[in-house]
Design a protein around this ligand. Structure first.
Ligand SMILES: C[S@@+](CC[C@H](N)C(=O)[O-])C[C@H]1O[C@@H](n2cnc3c(N)ncnc32)[C@H](O)[C@@H]1O
Ligand code: SF4
Length: 370
């Protein structure tokens, strides 16, 4: 009965995907749907291959308190209750984290941390002190072995990760924190998904593990092209949803329309002399939206070079993983890996794009989801 329920969730997700158009959905109006991001720093302690923040030309820095107070108060007045605090860079690499969290508390704004986790121990006391405004941490982990992790998360040490995630389990989880993970998949690590679930489920509820596929946003796209799992299902990201959905306030007050604007190429305003609302409704952002509506983005280098894996594949993969970990929460690594390998093989061999995702061969016979 339980199993049927999980399968039903998977089938529902599949039906939604079948009903959706091949091209990305174009928002009919501009709504600040996704919480805005306030970048508290753009510095990082490591340099992951698919991200490569070292190549960013934007000046490195940490947000100043007065600017932070101004932007948080403005967002609060707009009804925003929680913000992300990263673009490129790692929030735990911010040496002023305690002061920054004090500002968040003063304004009454919640923040969500996404981090490589390697500097968690340094901030443990701070995180415990401010758990009223910061109670969720997403660990970005792209491997289940020392070799793969240290290859992709360049500069990161596998043993440091294990130590810090253990600390999170012992110190943060019992005091009200929740923990999730994000793994960016590529040819370099897709073979470790099963092992990843088996190893990290002692720290993270597998239902809170999300899996993404790499996009081409890094200034150096050579790694992306070398290890992209699904080149045949990779498309120009237009119309992109982001200009219609959210804003990224940089540490110096400039506002970008892209989640990973390494060089400040998509700046649509500046909160030092404009309100957030004015930026959101301003002509610079509207011009960008219009370019995306028409699919003519050649004047925007960043957008013109932005490629993503068909987001239905991402959704389907995550639906599959959710089904598997609900059905077999304590299965061996091979159980999950076998399905991941089959999934990858099918998508790589060109299917099942047409006519529908839910071709019986794909779902019933190959993935054995009934
Ligand atoms: C840019 S990082 C910044 C926050 C923090 N340093 C971290 O690693 O979580 C935010 C997320 O983007 C992911 N990411 C980095 N480069 C990516 C790429 N080329 N494609 C897809 N996701 C990527 C990371 O794995 C991470 O989960
Ligand atoms: S993904 Fe995060 S940890 Fe890795 S280089 Fe980018 S900002 Fe740093």
């Amino acid at each position: 009965m339980e199993m049927k329920k999980h399968a039903a969730i998977f089938w529902e997700r599949l039906a939604e995907l079948d009903a959706s158009d091949y091209k990305p959905y174009l928002p009919s109006q501009n709504e600040l749907r996704r919480p805005p991001t306030v970048e508290i720093n753009n510095t990082c302690n490591i340099n992951c291959l698919m991200c490569n923040t070292l190549m960013a030309k934007r000046q490195k820095g940490v947000i100043k308190d007065d600017l932070l107070i101004q932007v948080l108060q403005e967002l609060k007045a707009e009804g925003v209750e929680a913000v992300d605090v990263h673009t490129i860079g790692d929030p735990l690499a911010n040496p002023r984290l305690p002061q920054i969290l004090a500002v968040f508390r003063e304004v009454g704004m919640i923040l969500v941390l996404s981090t490589n986790g390697l500097l968690l121990e340094r901030h443990l006391d701070t995180l415990l002190e401010y758990r009223d405004i910061s109670s969720h941490i997403r660990f970005s982990i792209d491997g289940a072995t020392k070799e793969t992790y240290e290859l992709i998360r360049a500069g990161g040490k596998w043993n440091d990760l294990l130590h810090n995630i253990q600390l999170a389990k012992e110190e943060l989880l019992p005091r009200g924190y929740s923990i999730s993970s994000n793994m960016v998949l590529s040819n370099d690590n897709v073979h470790e998904v099963g092992q990843f679930i088996q190893l990290f489920r002692q720290f993270i509820d597998p239902r809170w593990m999300s899996f993404g596929f790499m996009n081409s946003l890094s200034p150096d796209t050579s790694y992306f092209h070398r290890v992209n799992l699904f080149p045949e299902a990779t498309f120009p990201n237009r119309p992109c949803q982001l200009p219609f959905r959210s804003l990224w306030v940089h540490h110096d007050g400039a506002v970008s329309s892209c989640c990973r604007d390494y060089h400040g190429e998509l700046i649509v305003g500046d909160i030092k002399n404009q309100s957030i609302r004015d930026v959101w409704n301003g002509h610079v952002l509207e011009k960008l939206r219009e370019a995306h509506r028409k699919g003519e983005v050649k004047d925007y280098r960043l957008c013109d070079n932005c490629f993503i894996v068909d987001d239905r594949i991402v959704a389907l993969f995550n639906a599959l993983m959710e089904y598997l970990v609900r059905k077999e929460p304590y299965g061996p690594a091979e159980y999950y890996q076998e399905k991941v390998d089959r999934f990858t093989e099918i998508i790589q061999s060109g299917g099942p794009f047409e006519p529908k995702f839910s071709q019986p061969m794909f779902v019933k016979e190959i993935l054995s989801i009934r």
